[in-house]
Design a protein around this ligand. Structure first.
Ligand SMILES: [Cu+2]
Length: 164
């Protein structure tokens, strides 16, 4: 897999983004099959996606499915993406009043379990977006786990979860 740096620079020019979008429309039906899943140790990350973003400077959720095929618990510690200045790990609190997002230090990935990051619960949050994102664009993020280490994950921009 090409390095994160190489992917980041290739997705930066706007004209390149348009070309990817046009391709994305044609390929949309086979999309979940094309989407690569990344593995590190006993962890497998798949269906990484983020919704389109029309303005820079704001925040946007980063969602993915993480499968732990091993017998040891792991923890998602941090993520870095070329499209955002910072990334936090969030959970959603549901008490009285409206649901509220809260930053947490890590996201536990229990053994033999699948953790789905989604906007209604645990998720990553892209903060201070550096560029707009159109449906069909792709970029690579580095997601780091306590035991499995860093993992390059390809993220696709889409208005709903892959395969939904
Ligand atoms: Cu959030």
């Amino acid at each position: 897999m090409p390095s994160t740096k190489a992917r980041a620079s290739s997705s930066a020019p706007r004209f390149a983004a348009k070309a990817v979008s046009a391709y994305g429309v044609a390929a949309s039906t086979a999309w979940s099959a094309i989407l690569c899943s990344a593995m590190a140790g006993s962890l497998e990350v798949s269906k990484a996606w983020t919704p389109p973003v029309s303005e820079t400077g704001g925040n946007s959720p980063l969602l993915m499915t993480i499968r732990n095929n091993g017998d040891d618990a792991d923890n998602l510690l941090r993520a870095r993406c070329p499209v955002a200045n910072f990334i936090e790990k969030h959970t959603v609190d549901r008490g009285e009043g409206a649901p509220a997002m809260r930053s947490i230090s890590s996201i536990a990935i229990p053994p033999r379990q699948t953790v789905t990051l989604n906007g209604g619960g645990l998720h990553l949050m892209l903060l201070q977006m550096r560029q707009v994102l159109a449906a069909g664009e792709r970029f690579v993020c580095s997601v780091s786990f306590a035991k499995a280490g860093p993992l390059d994950v390809e993220v696709v921009v889409a208005s709903q979860a892959p395969g939904s």
